[in-house]
Write a protein that binds this ligand. Structure first.
Ligand code: CMP
Length: 227
């Protein structure tokens, strides 16, 4: 439980809580381990718990009838999920699947509700995170409606470079290039189209792909990337 307390402290939404409140929260928390690819939350299931990622990475995902996947978000250490069903009493809004082996802290509905009532700063932090997620969702809706597919692939690479990129003299390097399948599921297209877009960007000298890395050249942002 001490271990849970330290982990909970590192989670942004719980970081402002008093020691006493954190202890109460830690007492109502259990730990669960999920293998890579395990389904942690199934869309339409009833929701009775909140999950905090202690270590690992998960994707929030929807599946079409043909099995096609749309990734809504990727969450990592310190992020939480499963709050929506606990707040609106509706079934789970999406699937959540482990992308890596994942260790999660699980709070029951009662523990989550009691925490929100005991520590209003947690409620404010949860609302802050939900606002950030809504902003990102708004941006995605805008991108789907306003950019063509090459533009969306480019926007995805620019966002990734902004968060995880390393600046070099000749551009920005993304060291862990996601698979084409992953990019396709993030921007709402097929793997083949992503492959065509990346090859076209490379042919035009806007990016360089080498093994697992991808270098965005200085001219990439702002280039006319229409398909
Ligand atoms: P819930 O609906 O209980 O179960 C699925 C969870 O996925 C949901 O709560 C949120 O925690 C998370 N989720 C759903 N949509 C998004 C999104 N657009 N961005 C980030 N997380 C999401």
């Amino acid at each position: 439980m001490n271990n849970h307390r330290e982990l909970l402290r590192k989670v942004t939404i719980f970081s402002q809580m008093s020691d006493k409140d954190i202890d109460l929260l830690a007492a109502g928390t259990v730990e669960r381990i999920f293998e890579k690819d395990a389904l942690i939350v199934g869309a339409e299931d009833p929701g009775d718990a909140l999950f905090v990622v202690a270590a690992g990475k998960v994707k929030v995902v929807l599946y079409g009838e043909s099995g096609r996947e749309v990734i809504l978000s990727v969450l990592r250490d310190g992020d939480f999920f499963g709050e929506m069903s606990l707040l609106d009493n509706q079934p789970r809004s999406a699937n959540v699947r482990a992308i890596e082996p994942t260790r999660a802290l699980v709070l029951s509905r009662d523990t989550f509700h009691q925490t929100l009532q005991r520590a209003p700063q947690v409620a404010i932090a949860v609302l802050g995170e939900m606002s950030r997620r809504l902003r990102r969702a708004d941006e995605s809706i805008g991108n789907l409606a306003l950019l063509d597919v090459y533009g969306r692939v480019a926007r995805f690479l620019l966002d990734l470079a902004k968060h995880d990129g390393v600046t070099r003299e000749d551009g920005t390097e993304i060291r862990e290039r996601p698979t084409q399948q992953h990019i396709a599921a993030m921007v709402g297209t097929s793997r083949e189209t992503v492959s065509r877009a990346l090859n076209e960007f490379q042919r035009r000298g806007l990016i360089e792909m080498d093994g697992k890395t991808i270098l965005l050249k200085p001219g990439f942002e702002g280039a006319d990337l229409t398909a």
